[in-house]
Write a protein that binds this ligand. Structure first.
Ligand SMILES: Cc1cc2nc3c(=O)[nH]c(=O)nc-3n(C[C@H](O)[C@H](O)[C@H](O)COP(=O)(O)O)c2cc1C
Length: 228
């Protein structure tokens, strides 16, 4: 499976088969979390692999009674060493970069899990103090996400997602390109509709047509049609 397919077909899995996950795969997933970009490469992420059944039950309880989590044979608790971010980048490192680092790690691990035929879910709703106590996390570290991992026992439908042009702007906030699929030359069901529309971009603020996008859209559309 290529990267784009992996990104598009990943689902949050909340029901798992009662079979263990090969530890080698767990290691590779954590590795995918470790190698994400971090500000100044400070690598402040820490990962706790939880397989113990009792601990997983406690974590599910501490995650606002999300008991489905117990069905996952592996929980990966993503922590950040807060003092490291603070040391290098002050408040920004402590409050912003740390959260971005754990988010990047969570996403990377979910994709790696999917790559290995495993399901995962990113869990953010939990009592931090309870998780700290269950996992023995020191004061200077913060648990920011828990990733459940296991062989899926459900195939959830694709949840509704907004289409690309809904929240994507060009050059400045609010400058929406209506026919975005044409601009990026990615065929989608919207392309057919977009052909019928005139290729145009509308500045939401002033309601004027934005020329740059129009020209690029036309050019890319021509190339798309010629399958260059
Ligand atoms: C920051 C964050 C926190 C989340 N917390 C939870 C959670 O506590 N429990 C849960 O079941 N799913 C949680 N999710 C998963 C989302 O519900 C899920 O990604 C969303 O419904 C879209 O589904 P998809 O992942 O299949 O695209 C969380 C996701 C993120 C990014």
């Amino acid at each position: 499976m290529d990267v784009m397919e992996c990104i598009h077909t990943r689902r949050s899995i909340r029901k798992y088969q009662d079979i263990p996950v090969e530890f080698e795969k767990v290691g590779r997933i954590v590795e995918a979390g470790m190698i994400v970009p971090t500000a100044g490469n400070i690598q402040d992420l820490r990962f706790i692999i939880i397989q113990d059944k009792g601990k997983r039950a406690q974590i599910a309880e501490a995650s606002l009674q999300q008991y489905w989590m117990e069905t996952a044979p592996v929980h990966i608790v993503v922590c950040v060493d807060i003092k490291r971010g603070k040391q290098f980048y002050g408040m920004r490192g402590e409050r912003l970069y740390s959260v971005q680092h754990s988010g990047a790690a969570a996403m990377s691990m979910q994709l790696a899990a999917h790559h290995f035929g495993l399901g995962s879910c990113w869990v953010g709703a939990f009592d931090e103090e309870a998780i700290k106590s269950i996992c023995g996390i020191p004061e200077y570290a913060r648990p920011e996400a828990i990733i459940t991992v296991g062989y899926p026992d459900e195939i959830p439908p694709r949840p509704p997602k907004y289409i690309l042009e809904t929240f994507t702007y060009i050059e400045r906030f609010g400058n929406r390109i209506r026919t975005f699929p044409l601009i990026i030359a990615e065929p989608s069901p919207l392309v057919e509709k977009a052909v019928k529309d005139t290729i145009h971009a509308i500045d939401e603020g002033t309601n004027t047509i934005v020329g740059k996008g129009v020209e690029k859209g036309k050019e890319l559309w021509k190339r798309l049609m010629k399958k260059e």
